[in-house]
Structure formats: C-alpha cells, structure tokens
Ligand binder design. Structure first.
Ligand code: ADP
Ligand code: MG
Length: 262
C-alpha cells in the first residue's frame, strides 16, 4: 500500500512546492511509482510540472466536492494526469479549490473528506506526496488527517523556527483528535547559503529542535531551482548538473535509504 506524505509548513515560500516537485520526480526516476497531489489553490505544483490548468477535465476541486457529497467515487483516479516524468503522476489543483474549502465547512465529516478520496487510489502508488497550502485551514487539516507522515521543509533564515511550535501544535492536535498514527517523516533544510554563518547556525538550531529528524542532505539556494517552474520542468529535466538538482537527487536517495527501500 502506498505511503501518504504531507509536505507541510504553514509558512509560505519555504520550499514546499520545490521539494514536492523535485523529490517526487527523482523518486519516480529511481523506479518508485509516485503521485503528487496539489491541494494548494495556487496550483504551483500543477503549473511547475507544465500542466495547463485550462485544459484539465477534473482537478482536486472536483474530488473534494464529490467526496463531500458521497462515500465513494471514481473521481480521484479520473482526475489524475501523467507528467513529463515517467512514473510520476499528478492530481492537479486550480484556484477553484479555494471555494471547495468553504463548501467543506458544512460537511459533518469535514476533516476526513480527503482521507476517503486518497484511500481509493492509495494502492496504485508507492508514494503519494501532498503539496499543502501555506495555511492551517481545512484543506491542510484534511491532508494531515489522510497522511501517514509529514515532511517539513524549513528555510535557512533568521526566523526559521518562528512558527514551528504552531506547526507542531497543529500536527499534535491532528494526532490527538483525527489521526493517531501520523508521524514526522523528516525535516528538509532548504535555501542554504554556505557563505553565511547564519545558515549554518540555523541548521544547528533546527537539528537541536527536531532531534534526529533532519535530513543530512541540505538543499542549497540555487537559481536554477527557482527558474525551472517557469519552464514547467522539474530540475532533473531543466538542469540536471546544477547544485539544486544534485541536492534533490541526494535527498531522494537519503529518503529511500531511510525508508529501507533500497
Ligand atoms: P512554498 O511552496 O513553501 O511556498 P516554494 O517551493 O514555492 O515555497 O519556494 C518559494 C520560492 O523560492 C519560489 O519562487 C521557488 O522557486 C524559490 N525556491 C525554492 N527553493 C529554492 C532554492 N533551493 N533555491 C532558490 N530558490 C528556491
Ligand atoms: Mg507552494
């Protein structure tokens, strides 16, 4: 059965989407069958993989609306699209999804809508990653409720740990009330600048906080990573020799090693 992993940090701009796209694409290239679910109404993962939102027949919006109405549906598999990477599939999102969050509010089982949907497609993949929106709203709570674990990207900046206690508080609330088995998959340090002492200090501080959960692989700040989405390509196709590409490949290897899957 596929493992469902939320890529979550309620702060925006910390590298969630970049990690979602690039970790997933390397895992897929290593032979894992991977589904990436975009539940951010901004749809950056969707456009970053070169998917034209206007051409979509279905998106995450339709999935949420269907499952809010009924127990079972085949809408989730119908909404999945292929990507430029073999073995990597996407459940896309559009700005409509913001409206679904409002409709969900009136559902009795509002925190578990996503869990039912993902349950229907889980068996078809090795890993399912969810690119969460930068908020603690109902979409995020749904993602966490339907996940086996959480992968937390943290930006190497002065305020890195600001908001982390709120983030952990959210995970613990979900654990207590909705999903007792949820675990921390790992913490990824992103946008590291080796020239500054600050970056080095931040990594040390985060390691102290998350004892043993921080990946050895650190993602450097690399302009090629920032450029790739505007070409609709993961870094492995945009510039596989860049430091950004090498670090995400290494992260995928470390991820699999820790999963004991190699
Ligand atoms: P989030 O999904 O958490 O909001 P993103 O992954 O979209 O964060 O990253 C925010 C911005 O920073 C984007 O413009 C992205 O291209 C850029 N970015 C992300 N990671 C890196 C990196 N390692 N080096 C340089 N730019 C990056
Ligand atoms: Mg994002």
């Amino acid at each position: 059965m596929g493992k469902v992993i939320s890529i979550f940090n309620q702060k925006g701009g910390v590298g969630k989407t970049t990690t979602a796209i690039n970790l997933s694409s390397y895992l897929a290239s290593m032979g894992q069958k991977v589904l990436l679910i975009d539940i951010d109404p901004q749809g950056n993962t969707t456009s970053g993989l070169g998917i034209d939102k206007d051409e979509l027949e279905y998106s995450m919006y339709d999935v949420i609306i269907e499952y809010a109405k009924q127990e079972k549906s085949d809408i989730a598999s119908k909404a999945i699209v292929k990507t430029v990477i073999e073995n990597l599939y996407l459940l896309p999102s559009t700005v409509e999804l913001a409206g679904a969050e409002i409709e969900m509010t009136f559902n009795d089982e509002r925190e578990k809508i996503f869990k039912r949907a993902v349950g229907e497609i889980k068996d078809e993949f090795d890993y399912i990653f969810i690119d969460c929106p930068p908020s603690l709203g109902l979409l995020t709570i749904n993602a966490l409720t339907g996940s086996d674990s959480v992968l937390i990207p943290i930006q190497c900046e002065f305020y890195a740990l600001e908001g982390v206690s709120q983030l952990m508080n959210t995970i613990n609330l979900v654990k207590k009330n909705l999903n007792p088995d949820i675990k921390i998959q790992g913490v990824v340090m992103s946008m590291f600048d080796g020239r500054t002492n600050l970056s080095i200090e931040v990594v040390e501080e985060v390691k102290k906080y998350f004892k043993g959960k921080v990946y050895t692989t650190i993602i450097p700040r690399n302009i090629r990573l920032a450029e790739a989405p505007s070409h609709g390509l993961p870094i492995m196709l945009y510039d596989k020799n860049s430091t950004g590409a090498k670090s995400y490949k290494e992260l995928a290897e470390e991820f699999l090693y820790l999963e004991g899957d190699e």
